[in-house]
Design a protein around this ligand. Sequence first.
Ligand code: ZN
Length: 160
Amino acid sequence: MNVELEELYQEVILDHSRRPRNFGELPNATVVVHGDNPACGDEIHLAVRFGDDGSLDDIKFTGHGCAISQASASMMTMKLKGKSRDETMSILRTFHDLVTGDDDMPPEARKLGDLQLMEGVRKFPQRVKCAMLPWRAVEQALQQTSGEATISTEVEDQVM
Ligand code: ZN
């Protein structure tokens, strides 16, 4: 990452972590997922209201944690609000490739907008967990039709 991009990354992450968008309770949420990243102490409570066609009519979050996890959640909710289920899955996969891949940025990452800046976490496996926490929560939300669920970034590691 060049210096200019590095500065932009810092700026965007700090801005979103200080003033997270879509932060708060969501009345009439269809699904609530509680996500936990014990490695860093990040916590997220992601609430989604699905429309009749399964699209993400509204999405909000509460919680606390490091700047990366909060900024990732803030930017994610901005990106996914109003998206269809298929679009959401596609964005989710692209973001996952962006932060975990070791190749060049995938070409479809362009559609992620500011989220592309999160590419910087790839070099730091612990930070990847922070960045992925809200995305794992939304992935779980898509698998539910209603109710609450809990996810943890450590569960996958235990299985492996
Ligand atoms: Zn974190």
